[in-house]
Design a binder for this molecule. Structure first.
Ligand code: UN1
Length: 494
């Protein structure tokens, strides 16, 4: 079956007639369909449609745009089960997780709809008499949205709903590994009443992505994906003077102190490290254990990690699904080899599962390395798989130093019962998000989301901070004095 791009409200085949196959990672014999490998021509078609639609969409009162977005949330709710199955089939994570992914989009829709009644600007006194100063947020124009496959609905929704709420139009290039979810997203927005051209989907690979970034009518680029790609996009956007928001890699650490509730920490580490098969930018990939509980906690962790049920995400008993594709599978296995060569100790997993029910999918065991040193690549580089690197900390200060010894700074966590440790960690951990007694994953739609260092470029999605990405400020001075008043000149004090 062939699926098309969604441009100007029409399902449109790619001009070039090139296609790619979408494959179920749990069973590669299952081909979901063929999707357009779009070219710059298709991108231009979509961007032109979005530019055309911007004129009317941006002038619709924001709360009316909000009503349409709220309806989209309602339809996501109605189609949740059907969409969850589609997502799991194409990207692998278990159904309970894809349902959560959709719930995050529903939350974001309702949140964005509500914000359309606020979108606050601010007013200030003028320095001159009979003059008023105000400022408000303006929509910008066509926004390019480029996203990854691991959250096929939630992460795009973080960008698409606020962009539309603020009065922009959107061209979205979804990941090649989750294109079917994007088809449903478009169907839902169409049914909700988003007018033709306001929201467009162009499928494809890096060629389509690059064409979007380059297109002169695209004013904002919002990207989630690898640090290498994001950095290249930002460099181009710098040259082209485009606004760019990046959500990139993570190497998120959990610290467990000797006073922690170890059972609680255990549940958190299992979920943080092996939920979504470790394929989250917020995944727990480093574990820092306070020396007094190091051996005991490791024993508890290894025992439970070995018991995790691996399999197809469509099986309700599955706790951990497959790796997304062959390339990622190879990359993760190569990091497991690198870890061993670097001298870390492999204490759990480490293998690809390739027989029986696993024969036709990309499955890797939950993998744990201990005695990992901060110079090792498995400590420093984002693996994006079920691989956890463990180090021992002699003290709280040592734990914080280890946590901060990273080029990334997205999420972080500490398990402790001490108010002193908890608040010092909130202050001292270099990350955009810090959890206390909870895993590194679990961001909520109405809170700022993003990271420091190589994780991002200073923007935050989620919450009202996302509107800083998708709006520009207009400052207005209203002079009702009836005469020329000169700022800075007529105000000088003797
Ligand atoms: C991502 O991995 O790109 O906090 C986003 C979380 C999810 C979002 C993850 N709510 O893990």
């Amino acid at each position: 079956m062939r699926f098309y791009n969604y441009i100007a409200g029409e399902w449109t085949p790619p001009q070039s007639d090139r296609w790619f196959a979408n494959i179920n990672p749990a069973d590669t014999r299952d081909i979901i369909g063929e999707f357009p490998r779009s070219s710059a021509h298709d991108v231009d078609h979509a961007v032109t449609a979005a530019q055309e639609a911007f004129r009317t969409w941006s002038r619709i009162p924001a709360p009316q745009r909000g009503e349409i977005i709220r309806r989209a949330g309602d339809i996501f709710r109605r189609r949740k089960e059907e969409l969850a199955a589609i997502m799991t089939r194409e990207m692998g994570k278990p159904l309970f997780e894809t349902r959560g992914d959709i719930q995050e989009a529903i939350d974001t829709a309702y949140y964005s709809a509500t914000e359309t009644r606020r979108l606050f600007g601010y007013t200030t006194p003028s320095e001159l008499p009979n003059k008023m100063n105000l400022s408000f947020r303006m929509p910008i124009g066509v926004c390019a949205v480029i996203t990854a496959w691991n959250f096929p609905i939630a992460v795009p929704s973080w960008k698409i709903f606020p962009a539309l709420a603020a009065g922009n139009t959107v061209v979205w290039k979804p990941s090649e590994d989750a294109p079917h979810s994007a088809i449903i997203f478009a169907e839902i927005l169409e049914e909700a009443g988003v007018p033709a051209g306001v929201f467009n989907v162009v499928h494809g690979d890096a060629e389509a992505g690059a064409a979007l970034v380059e297109h002169p009518l695209v004013r904002v680029v919002a990207f989630t994906g690898s640090t290498a790609t994001g950095t290249a996009i930002a460099a181009r956007c710098g040259t082209l003077n485009k606004k760019v928001s990046l959500e990139m890699g993570g190497k998120n650490a959990v610290i467990i102190m000797d006073d922690a509730d170890l059972e609680l920490a255990l549940e958190g580490v299992l979920w943080g490290a092996f939920g979504t098969t470790g394929q989250r930018c917020t995944a727990t990939s480093r574990l820092i254990l306070h020396a007094p509980i190091h051996d005991r906690f490791l024993e508890m962790l290894i025992k439970r990690a070995r018991m995790l049920r691996i399999g197809s995400g469509l099986d309700p008993a599955t706790q951990m699904g497959p790796i997304i594709n062959q390339r990622q599978c190879d990359k993760i296995l190569s990091y497991i080899q690198i870890g061993q060569e670097e001298g870390a100790r492999l204490v759990c997993g480490g293998h690809r599962l390739a027989s029986g029910e696993f024969a036709n999918g990309y499955f890797i065991e939950p993998t744990i390395f201990t005695e990992v040193r901060p110079t090792m690549r498995i400590w420093r580089e984002e693996i994006f798989g079920p691989v956890l690197s463990v180090a021992k900390a002699e003290s709280f200060e040592h734990a914080i130093t280890l946590a901060n010894d990273s080029d990334y700074g997205l999420s972080s966590s500490i398990y402790t019962r001490s108010v002193e440790y908890a608040f010092a960690a909130i202050r001292d951990i270099e990350a955009g998000i810090t959890y206390i007694n909870a895993p590194t994953i679990g961001a909520e739609a109405h809170m700022p989301f993003g990271g420091v260092k190589n994780t991002g470029n200073g923007h935050r999605e989620g919450g009202w901070t996302v509107f800083d990405i998708f709006t520009e400020w207009k400052t207005v001075y209203v002079d009702f004095s009836g005469r020329l008043q000169r700022a800075q000149i007529d105000t000088q004090l003797e």
